[in-house]
Design a protein around this ligand. Sequence first.
Ligand code: SF4
Length: 153
Amino acid sequence: MKYATYDIVFQEFPDEVTLAINLTECPCHCPGCHSAYLAESTGDVLTWERLSALIAQYEGGITCVALMGGDADPSAVAAMLRRVREAYPRLHTGWYSGREALPEGFTPEAFDYVKLGPWRAECGPLKERTTNQRLYRYHADGSRTDITHRFWR
Ligand code: SF4
């Protein structure tokens, strides 16, 4: 996996202050993509050493670590966030995927949150009630709760 940028974000996951890593090599090619450059194979390789250094830099101020994208290699996303969970049990973990559903046989035990759904301009973003995208809160028993409504006012 490669990443282009990272940010501290406040709105992508409700009630969380999130270190969000923006991964490149996105295979989804959603029409009207807000960040078309993320389809390119650019940026630095996201090694565990790099990610853990970023977490250490912001650890006192964040509550969640998220990988944004990574649909070219969901198993690598899961493996990386599993390491986050093991090394930093205080932090929540999240994944923003452009897929309609989790990959076949994919177990989300590494995630507290998963956003599913491609960008569809006619449906709008998560904050619109018409959105096709969904944010799920995953629980320890493997079940999930749709919390997309948390974006709606
Ligand atoms: S998943 Fe996100 S980054 Fe990838 S093409 Fe769709 S909108 Fe763009």
